[in-house]
Ligand binder design. Sequence first.
Ligand SMILES: Cc1cc2nc3c(=O)[nH]c(=O)nc-3n(C[C@H](O)[C@H](O)[C@H](O)COP(=O)(O)OP(=O)(O)OC[C@H]3O[C@@H](n4cnc5c(N)ncnc54)[C@H](O)[C@@H]3O)c2cc1C
Ligand SMILES: NC(=O)c1ccc[n+]([C@@H]2O[C@H](COP(=O)([O-])OP(=O)(O)OC[C@H]3O[C@@H](n4cnc5c(N)ncnc54)[C@H](O)[C@@H]3O)[C@@H](O)[C@H]2O)c1
Length: 474
Amino acid sequence: MTSTEYDLIVLGGGSTGENLADRAVQGGLTAVIVENELVGGECSYWACMPSKALLRPAQALRAVKRVPGAAAAVTGTLDIPAVLARRDSFTSHWSDDGQVKWLTGAGIDLVRGHGRITAPREVTVTARDGATTVLTARHAVSVATGSRAAVPNIDGLRDATPWTSREATSTQTVPKSLVILGGGVVAAEMATAFAGFGTAVTVIARSGLLGGMEPFAGEAVAKALRKKGVTVLLHTDTTKATRSASGVTVETGDGQSITADEVLVATGRNPRTADIGLESIGLTPGGWLNTDDTMLVRGFDWLYAAGDVTHRALLTHQGKYQARAAGDVIAARATGKTVSDERWGTHVATADHDAVPQVTFTEPEVASVGLTDAAARQAGFEVRSVDYQIGDIAGASLRESGYRGQARMVVDEERKVLLGVTFVGPDVSELLQAATIAIVGEVPIDRLWHAVPAYPTVNEIWLRLLEEYGRPEA
Ligand SMILES: Cc1cc2nc3c(=O)[nH]c(=O)nc-3n(C[C@H](O)[C@H](O)[C@H](O)COP(=O)(O)OP(=O)(O)OC[C@H]3O[C@@H](n4cnc5c(N)ncnc54)[C@H](O)[C@@H]3O)c2cc1C
Ligand SMILES: NC(=O)c1ccc[n+]([C@@H]2O[C@H](COP(=O)([O-])OP(=O)(O)OC[C@H]3O[C@@H](n4cnc5c(N)ncnc54)[C@H](O)[C@@H]3O)[C@@H](O)[C@H]2O)c1
């Protein structure tokens, strides 16, 4: 057994843990990451990167087919082995050599193995060969252990060996048929990807698609999926799953029975906190970690958490944002520097509450930030929302024939600033940052009239939304 002391111990080396350790080291601290799988975590190997690599080729192909003049040049179909090979290169063939090299360059130590908190400021790591290392932290321990797919308690489902997002994003073969349980982001993206490969896809969602977003987003994605041949069953419960020689048979509450080669469970996430020693410090194993905005776990002065495990916003970019706040504040507190923990201060993740951007890479894409109309009303704001059809913009019609899309801007009538924006349409993802800046900067509507979008780009949606809203009088 060896014992080692660091200023900061980071439990979990995903995108969040890496960024957190990096900021602390840049702030003058020593840091070690404990990782029991691959440095880089879910995003690099089983989530963002492979899923988008699976989606992009079909999206590019369809985009060309919608531009007369270019469309004639496309005579072939998707080269699926090449798609999978490109996906494999994005995951570095599930090797973390590159990321380990980055850690070394950043001055961050790595201990491989399963980490458990065994006492305040103490983490014991058990390596694959059973050897243990006790790490002690002079200042802080930060939990960044992420989340794993939740498998609901449906009769027979676990025994049917379902796919989770891991199997779907890392598959080396394309099933002929696939049932997807769930109506969230993973379900919508994976339905789009596999439909693009020619798989017969059935989505079974107990409510609508993309709940929590503006209703027109889920409606547009469901319509587009159906147009691609996907069977979309909404407001439908799954009651049973059985695997047999012919595949997996899924039964629904309304008496339907669907058999497919595989079933993908995309029904949300659970925190990876069941076996990290939380009981040793009086916390309940298996729960999400509740933090303040400096990412300090409530009730502690040495325990931090960031990323999925906090359940604040289960997105890579928000986890990294929280990591920057946490890494910086841990360094500031350790070195006696001023802590800036007021709203929108240097050391707080304020945007988690007000301005979380998200792109769902379906066709059409959904890009949203801030509050929906319904959420803003529920939060008690005096709200006025305006909508515009993106296809009516010159830039959109040039981009492709028959461009269809919708935008909504949610305005706080009292302060005359934006609370939320949603774009649905081809390639809308790149419009999102302007909306995020407008919300975070609390840019008044009358000033936004001076942010002139270039002609003829799809960004002219901003002018149209402002015109729909009306120019505030001088
Ligand atoms: C299919 C899919 C697609 C997604 N696409 C996007 C996207 O396009 N954009 C986006 O922003 N987000 C996306 N997400 C969400 C994104 O993947 C997560 O928000 C992000 O990966 C969370 O990062 P994290 O560092 O908090 O956790 P993780 O990446 O899960 O990292 C946690 C790390 O901790 C390690 N670990 C856990 N327990 C221990 C332990 N006891 N000891 C040692 N190590 C441990 C794990 O091995 C892991 O490496 C997607 C998610 C899924 C499932
Ligand atoms: N492009 C992106 O940014 C992206 C892509 C994929 C995933 N993610 C993130 O990963 C997280 C996980 O995605 P997800 O799609 O698994 O979760 P989600 O929370 O987005 O959706 C879960 C879905 O499962 C349904 N559901 C939950 N429990 C159920 C049950 N017992 N039976 C049937 N249906 C049930 C819900 O109604 C919902 O439709 C999300 O929070 C998302 O932010 C992001």
